[in-house]
Structure formats: structure tokens, C-alpha cells
Write a protein that binds this ligand. Structure first.
Ligand SMILES: NC(=O)c1ccc[n+]([C@@H]2O[C@H](COP(=O)([O-])OP(=O)(O)OC[C@H]3O[C@@H](n4cnc5c(N)ncnc54)[C@H](O)[C@@H]3O)[C@@H](O)[C@H]2O)c1
Ligand SMILES: [Zn+2]
Ligand SMILES: [Zn+2]
Length: 373
């Protein structure tokens, strides 16, 4: 049966979201309908609304960092049952394609993202509002009381997990942590620099620390972020606004030549370049974590000729269905932090307040309650 429920609809770019009643179709073959209990807001939601603004990407229900409970399953679904606790995944893992079978990547050939980066949602949607199809952002749409996802894009998690905390593992925290651990492969005793102290950057700091880095330099233009950075293991703090010379020069001097690993968690091509140029010749590795497809990036070839490596990461390199339940257990075992990222708790009705706070750098993560559990 069709479910009528509440969702925050983005009708067009640059406008506040509107709380609407939407219709959520029953799950079709290999699909699962999920009651979303809690969701975070990630900068990538803001990117789509205010920066990417691709016309074909609207109307859309945003949100891709959620957790919930299976409401019903479509034909052919054997892995999930009503009542299971789950996290929707914006990166699929079909476990059968050549990407899924390779340990070298976490991309999946069946995922929406390979062909529709600019629109940031699959063509198909199970959501409608006022007679119109509403797209499902990144295949998930967690700013809705109910959503429908494919079984390749859903992780079953430990029933002991608190959904209002582990929702953050649906994007930001796995992304930052994995960028350090899986993509950069940070080494014990190394020196790291992380640019951008939002949740993604803070999670990267946490990953650097877990990997045994001895020095972790936090870089942000908002000095209010440094207090939190300390909590996750940062040892040094640099505000580019306090220096007249390029930030790469500042880091080079602080580290006698450059850092071993740098991670860009801002989504700005100039900062990506600075992060690369902050790396040590010979072996420095720089990872692009921030999300942008608006501009070309550039650097002098000699940067790479001299032995630096420049990489990017999607969802921290985690194979999603395998990795997310493991990270949930790591949280329950107190091996990764989540509570410390949450600065605000709101309800879905207050989503525009959450957006404003992120826009103005006044929060790390806001968790919104969506449906009662
Ligand atoms: N690769 C992926 O799979 C993936 C997944 C999730 C998020 N992201 C991206 O990661 C980025 C960070 O996301 P978030 O949710 O943590 O965002 P956020 O807005 O909470 O944090 C961004 C931080 O960058 C800082 N900043 C801005 N300009 C800066 C500069 N010039 N130098 C240093 N710091 C600067 C801001 O002050 C802020 O603290 C975004 O671009 C987001 O789209 C990528
Ligand atoms: Zn995200
Ligand atoms: Zn696959």
C-alpha cells in the first residue's frame, strides 16, 4: 500500500525546503521500504541545493545520512525483514560486478553515481508529491518519514545500535575516517594535515589518530572549530587567515619539508591544491575528500613528478554494505566516536534551521529526529 507521510521537499535550488505530505510507493522487486528514524545533514546536501544547482536534480528529497527500521520488503528480498535496523547507502555494493569483486575500489557498477554525478540522484523514484515525481537524492532521501531503497544500497546493522547516533555513519564519519585509514593509508608515526574541520574533517583527524599518526595539524578558517579538533586528536591548529604566506609554506616550515599525508575536507579546488602542495616531496600523499564538480583543479606537474601522490575518495573507500555494519560495531565497542560530532538535535520540521547553521559554520552535525521509533 502507498504510505502518505511527511517529507522535506526541495522544489528548486537556493530555496528553503518545504515540509509536504508525500506518497511513498510500496517496495518493488529487490526493494525495501524504510521508516527513517533519524538523519544528519551533510555538506553534500548543501552542495546540491546551493552550489551544484543542477536543474534536472529537482524537485528532490535531500538527506543521505540516515538510519531507520525496515517497514516492508518487496518481492525477492531475503536479507531484510520488517523491524530490522538499517542504514541507507548512497554507494551501492552489489557484490557481483567487477568493481565489487575488486579490492581496489568501493564503486559499484550498479550504483546511480557513475552516470548521474551532476544530477546526484537515480532516474527512478518511489516518491511523489502534488502529482509530481520527486527525485531521491543520492538514492536515499532520508529527509522523509519513509523512503524506498534497493537492497544493494542498504546495510543491516546491530540491533543494539542507537539510530540517532549511528545515522552519522551513513556518510560523513565513514567518509572522513575511511579517507585517512583506507585511502591515504596513514602510517604510524606520520605527520598529517587535515583541511576543513566539519564532521568529515574531524572524522579524518580521528582516522589519522587511529592509524597512529604522531602529529595531526588541523587547518580551518573558522577558529571556533579547533576546540573540537582537539577532542578527536589534532595536535596543532592553523588558521590560514592568520598568515600572509600560502598555507603550504606555513606547513612546510612547521614540518621541515611538508606533511606525509594531507586530506582536503572542504570541497574547494584551491584548497585541494594547497593540500597537495603541503605534502612532502618523495612520498607525500594528498586525498581529495571534499565534494565539488563545479571547477577544474590544477597544480604544477613537478608536484607529482617530485614523488607526491594525489588521490580522491568516495565514502572513505568503504565497501558500503560490509563497512557500515563494522563501523556501527566499532562505535558500540567504543573504538570510534560519534556522540562528540553531534552539536544539535532538532526535528525534521526544523531542517531549514539546520541548513542555516551549517551554512554559517555554527554546528558540526545536527541530528534530526524524523519518525518516532
Ligand atoms: N567524498 C565523499 O564521499 C564525501 C562524502 C561526504 C561529504 N563530502 C564533502 O566533504 C566536505 C566537508 O563536508 P562537511 O559536512 O564536513 O562540511 P562542513 O561545512 O561542516 O565543514 C567544512 C569546513 O571547512 C572549513 N573551510 C571552509 N573554507 C576553508 C578553507 N579555505 N580552508 C580551510 N577550511 C575551510 C569550514 O570552516 C568548515 O569548518 C564537503 O565538500 C562535502 O560535500 C564528501
Ligand atoms: Zn554526505
Ligand atoms: Zn557492484
Amino acid at each position: 500500500m502507498v504510505i502518505k507521510c511527511k517529507a522535506a521537499v526541495a522544489w528548486e535550488p537556493d530555496k528553503p525546503l518545504v515540509i509536504e505530505e508525500i506518497e511513498v510507493a510500496p517496495p518493488q522487486a529487490n526493494e525495501i521500504r524504510v521508516k527513517i528514524v533519524a538523519t544528519g545533514l551533510c555538506h553534500t546536501d548543501l552542495y546540491h541545493l546551493f552550489e551544484g544547482k543542477h536543474n534536472d536534480g529537482f524537485p528532490v528529497v535531500l538527506g543521505h545520512e540516515g538510519a531507520g527500521i525496515v517497514e516492508s520488503v518487496g518481492p525477492g528480498v531475503t536479507e531484510f525483514q520488517p523491524g530490522d535496523k538499517v542504514i541507507p547507502l548512497f554507494v551501492y555494493q552489489c557484490k557481483e560486478c567487477r568493481f565489487c569483486k575488486s579490492p581496489k575500489t568501493n564503486l559499484c557498477e550498479k550504483g546511480w553515481s557513475r552516470l548521474r554525478y551532476s544530477v546526484m540522484s537515480p532516474e527512478e523514484s518511489r516518491l511523489t508529491c502534488r502529482g509530481k515525481k520527486v527525485l531521491q537524492f543520492m538514492g536515499t532521501s532520508t529527509f522523509s518519514e519513509y523512503t524506498v531503497v534497493n537492497e544493494m544500497g542498504l546495510a543491516k546493522i546491530n540491533p543494539a545500535a542507537p539510530l540517532d547516533k549511528v545515522c552519522l555513519l551513513g556518510c560523513g564519519i565513514c567518509t572522513g575516517y575511511g579517507a585517512a585509514v583506507n585511502t591515504a593509508k596513514v602510517e604510524p608515526g606520520s605527520t598529517c594535515a587535515v583541511f576543513g574541520m566539519g564532521a568529515v574533517g574531524l572524522a579524518a583527524v580521528m582516522g589519522c589518530k587511529a592509524a597512529g599518526a604522531k602529529r595531526i595539524i588541523a587547518v580551518d578558517v573558522n577558529p571556533e572549530k579547533f576546540e573540537k579538533a582537539k577532542v578527536f586528536g589534532a595536535t596543532d591548529f592553523v588558521n590560514p587567515k592568520d598568515h600572509s604566506k600560502p598555507i603550504s609554506k606555513v606547513l612546510e616550515e612547521m614540518t621541515n619539508g611538508g606533511v606525509d599525508f594531507s586530506l582536503e575536507c572542504v570541497g574547494n579546488v584551491e584548497v585541494m591544491r594547497s593540500a597537495l602542495e603541503s605534502c612532502m616531496q618523495g612520498w607525500g600523499v594528498s586525498v581529495m575528500v571534499g565534494w565539488t564538480d563545479m571547477a577544474d583543479f590544477s597544480a604544477r606537474p613537478i608536484q607529482l613528478i617530485a614523488g607526491r601522490t594525489w588521490k580522491g575518495t568516495l565514502f572513505g573507500g568503504f565497501k558500503s554494505k560490509d563497512g557500515v555494519p563494522q563501523m556501527v560495531n566499532a562505535y558500540l565497542d567504543k573504538k570510534v566516536k560519534l556522540d562528540e560530532f553531534i552539536t544539535h538535535n532538532l526535528t525534521l520540521d526544523q531542517v531549514n534551521d539546520a541548513i542555516e547553521m551549517m551554512k554559517h559554520g555554527q554546528c558540526i552535525r545536527t541530528v534530526m529526529s524524523v519518525s518516532p521509533q
